[in-house]
Design a protein. Structure first.
Ligand SMILES: NC(=O)c1ccc[n+]([C@@H]2O[C@H](COP(=O)([O-])OP(=O)(O)OC[C@H]3O[C@@H](n4cnc5c(N)ncnc54)[C@H](O)[C@@H]3O)[C@@H](O)[C@H]2O)c1
Length: 288
């Protein structure tokens, strides 16, 4: 691999790394040579995922259990990973949950809104707080937060998720300016509909319809976790140091489509995703 594309010598910590976008990101960072630590509330799954990455990519890995809303657990887990792999150079805040119950604001439980906020925003905040002093001391760091199209667009009945993802965008910009002169960049990626295990289960249960959201995206399909991981790993590179404070969509054009009623041609069948999987290796370069 060209050295400008390599993460060799760097340590990357991914929260929510046991599966989905977090696992795909950790795998892509490992493919580029980084040592990777997975922090997740599911201990066994995180340990198994770290072992798979170590076997596949031959890099040092670690895993630690923590709920990202718990400051003591986060501090302990990050310190543990640092002891095993070295100081954290790259933090990817990927731990997240879906809206538990869709509801209008008049019926939404404030506890659901607070939970959304504390996992997505509080979690990213606590993890950033834990790694920043070391990054600032060493004058290098990369923090990548996960936003969503819901950070920009209005959709009904998901107010807690929209509040959390909009706040992630604001946190990203504020922190980016705060630490820019310490060699630390802070960016967010904003995925559209990504075919993770969690959303595949919702498709299988008939809670979501693949074609509806494929039609809304100009690309005419959903995305793969590997495609998000590819963007995150790019932002993590030392050579990406002039990109900071950005919220970058990885959504097949979902958020830039002016008029969804304007015909732009037929949607590809879900099987068209196989060609994208092929790009990342026969079954997804980083798939489990
Ligand atoms: N999948 C999509 O289409 C999509 C679209 C936009 C944004 N996102 C965002 O991407 C991120 C990852 O989503 P995903 O689809 O890969 O989810 P996922 O459900 O596949 O994985 C989430 C991981 O986070 C972990 N996690 C959840 N809450 C945690 C907590 N409190 N502490 C520690 N770990 C926790 C889970 O155990 C799991 O391993 C989330 O922030 C989500 O909002 C996803």
């Amino acid at each position: 691999m060209n050295s400008i594309e390599s993460l060799k010598g760097l340590v990357c910590l991914v929260t929510g790394g046991a599966q989905g976008i977090g696992f795909a990101t950790a795998s892509e960072c490992a493919r580029r040579g980084a040592a990777v630590a997975l922090l997740d509330r599911h201990d066994d799954e995180a340990r198994a995922a770290a072992a798979r990455i170590a076997t596949r990519f031959g890099v040092p890995t670690a895993s630690a259990m923590a709920d990202v809303v718990d400051q003591n657990a986060v501090d302990t887990a990050i310190a543990e990973c640092g002891t095993r792999l070295g100081a954290i150079d790259i933090l990817v805040n990927c731990a997240g949950i879906m809206t538990p119950r869709l509801a209008p604001v008049s019926e939404m439980a404030i506890a659901d809104v607070e939970q959304m906020f504390s996992v997505h925003v509080g979690g990213a905040y606590l993890c950033a707080k834990a790694v920043l002093p070391g990054m600032i001391d060493r004058r290098f760091g990369r923090i990548i937060n996960i936003s969503s199209v819901l950070g920009t667009l209005g959709l009904p009945f998901r107010s807690g998720y929209a509040i959390a993802k909009s706040a992630i965008n604001g946190f990203t910009r504020s922190l980016a300016v705060e630490v820019a002169r310490s060699g630390v960049t802070v960016n967010a990626v904003a995925p559209g509909y990504i075919l993770t295990e969690t959303l595949q289960a919702r498709l299988d249960a008939g809670m979501l319809d693949y074609a509806t959201y494929a039609e809304r995206a100009p690309a005419g399909r959903w995305g793969l976790a590997e495609e998000v991981g590819h963007l995150i790993a790019f932002l993590a590179l030392p050579a990406s140091g002039f990109i900071t404070g950005a919220v970058i969509a990885v959504d097949g054009g979902y958020t830039i489509r002016g008029d969804p009623g304007e015909a732009i041609g037929p949607v590809a069948p879900a099987s068209a995703l196989d060609a994208v999987r092929e790009l990342f290796g026969r079954h997804g370069r980083t798939a489990s």
